[in-house]
Design a protein. Sequence first.
Length: 312
Amino acid sequence: MIGVLIFPDFQLLDASGPISVFEIAGRLAGKPTSIRVIAEAPGAVRSSSGVEMLARGLRSASGLSTLIVAGGEGVVAASKSARQLAFVRSAARRGVRIASVCSGAYVLAEAGLLDGRRATTHWRRTRHFLATYPKVKLESDRIFVRDGDIWTSAGISAGIDLALAMVAEDFGEEISRQTARQLVLYARRSGGQSQFSSLLELKAPTGRFAPLLTWARENLDAPLTVEHLADKAGMSSRHFTRAFVAETGTTPFKAVERLRLEVARQRVQSSSEAIERVAQSTGFRDPERMRRAFLRAFGQPPQSLRRAARAR
């Protein structure tokens, strides 16, 4: 049985997306999936859009194999509910597969399920999440992350990607692909959420490091080491790194790599410039190094992105 935990002001697609995935997958597999929407207070639960879902109480959730926690505007209050946190912890202790969609990761983090684990959440929540839960190994550019039996996904529609991956585990890759086709979706979305988040807003940086990031983007072929950037900012390397992470939600190294990826991808897709030349001028130096960075960020090498851009 699949349980979907909601609360007042939850995000509707966080719940309805995975529900649709499991409903269609079960039908295609010939094994209809039992799905139950649950909430601390049973009855009609209002989403942030005003649309309501009818939920059962927490006591009706015995026999769950998977628990998916929705996110949304009401997640702060939900993550402070002692009863809900106890429910999630109890499910984890029983070996239930636990997942969160978008900011639902806050509930898992408050329950202590993410301490020492890799996880992700919506890119707009990155800075606050990092500051609030320093024990979590947040991977801010992932569509979804699995660490053992704990799954977390990025913003809103990423819950569908997460559910498709769970379907692949439950019913096999072919059923997952058929489900994606039925939903008119990619079975595997390439890349991370940086492609949807304007590289964690580094395209239009604000705050005290805005001039530094603007300068870095204009000098990508420079070394741009932490020491180099710290000197440019007039700070010690240690102080600079701490302050940079606190303000931007990412490390200087990752910020520079994302700036390089942003420019390199634009040039790869919009020109016929040699890949080797793009790698050199954007600071990757080695085409193989750039290729590995593209695979991590976009799920495809530069040549594949170029071919896809030309086909469009």
